[in-house]
Design a protein around this ligand. Structure first.
Ligand code: NAD
Length: 318
């Protein structure tokens, strides 16, 4: 059956690259990007775009009917660091958008929903190493509370109303095309830009803060692979653990030094340190690997090569 896809929050770090990949698979005209603001030139010129507030169910429905949408990817959210500054707004955006989309699926306006959770759904009482798919989850950030609540809403709509909703707990996502939108793992993107532009970086996390991370290509491929999996293979309807690599600021700095020997890093931890301390260090993603065949491609060394190569190219053309 042919798919017509709507992406809410398409102009963000992940949405931008997800949209382009989906357009290359399903055809530009079958993938409708939307956001509350316009995106980059490539996104805006390669296919249809609509301004949509992801919390506005009526407008989403109008666009679903206009383009005969079958699948919605909900990428709009307020991320961890920003959400700590605006807790009420974060809760309203993260929850109301999800409930609007789940309701539209329950009312059979669409067949399938994708919604991302995060490693932030875990908390300080979760095991930090090899964090299991199912374990204690007591998040201490507003963002994490919205993600664990969202996971349970997804499972509820699946169990109670048969909604085909699928989800991944993304680790920190690293990419060079679109800057990250206010998360705690943003340092692992900024560090590459600063290494090339200034040869030095002041990190807002301490040198030994180990967190799970993933290169954008892997995150986008995993998302599409999960959405293409047979319904019976998708056994987890809260959200899947997903992993590729874990590293500390010290480790990423030493990998960068292999390419830029004069690179220097200093550390000035801020409020984001406390958020990072509450999260897992290494995730056990064996369920995703077993259920729908997830395999990552990029490790720290190959990702560092890609990031430095692409940022240098991008800066030369600006
Ligand atoms: P981002 O902040 O880069 O992008 C979010 C997009 O949503 C922005 O383009 C913004 O304009 C848009 N938006 C904000 N309010 C909106 C509204 N009311 N209606 C429509 N659009 C709105 O975020 P991202 O990094 O692309 O994250 C996408 C999803 O993945 C989020 O659910 C996030 O929680 C999750 N996630 C991201 C990471 C990461 O490292 N980037 C890690 C874990 C989970």
């Amino acid at each position: 059956m042919s798919k017509t896809i709507l992406i809410l929050g398409a102009c963000g770090q992940i949405g931008t690259e997800l949209t382009q990949k989906l357009r290359s698979i399903y055809g530009n005209d079958n993938v409708i990007a939307s956001d509350i603001r316009e995106g980059n030139e490539e996104l805006m010129s390669s296919g249809p775009f609509e301004i949509i507030d992801a919390t506005d169910k009526d407008t989403i429905l109008k666009v679903i009917n206009k383009h005969k949408i079958t699948q919605v990817y909900l990428m709009a959210a307020m991320l961890s660091a920003t959400a700590e500054k605006y807790p009420q707004k974060a809760w309203e955006l993260n929850m109301n958008s999800l409930l609007a989309v789940l309701d539209l699926a329950k009312e059979k306006h669409i067949n399938q929903v994708y919604w991302p959770s995060s490693i932030a759904a875990f908390g300080p009482t979760s095991p930090k190493v090899n964090t299991p798919q199912q374990t204690v989850m007591e998040p201490t950030t507003v963002y994490g509370i919205s993600k664990i609540a969202g996971e349970h809403w997804c499972n509820y709509y699946h169990e109670k109303f048969g909604v085909d909703v699928r989800s991944i707990r993304y680790p920190g996502i690293i990419s060079w095309k679109t800057k990250p939108g206010g998360g705690t793992t943003d340092y692992a993107v900024d560090i590459y830009f600063k290494a090339i532009e200034e040869g030095k970086y002041e990190c807002f996390l301490a040198e030994d803060t180990c967190l799970p991370m993933m290169y954008m290509d892997d995150a986008v491929n995993a998302t599409i692979q999960l959405m293409q999996a047979g319904a019976k293979d998708v056994k987890t309807r809260t959200s899947y653990n997903l992993a590729a690599m874990s590293f500390t600021p010290e480790k990423i700095a030493s990998e960068i030094k292999k390419h830029i020997p004069e690179f220097e890093i200093s550390y000035q931890p801020d409020f984001r340190q406390q958020i990072a301390n509450s999260w897992p260090q290494i995730i056990d993603d064996s369920s995703a690997r077993k259920d729908w065949g997830w395999q990552h491609k990029f490790d720290l060394a190959t990702m560092t090569q890609e990031m430095l190569k692409n940022i240098s190219k991008q800066e030369q053309t600006v």
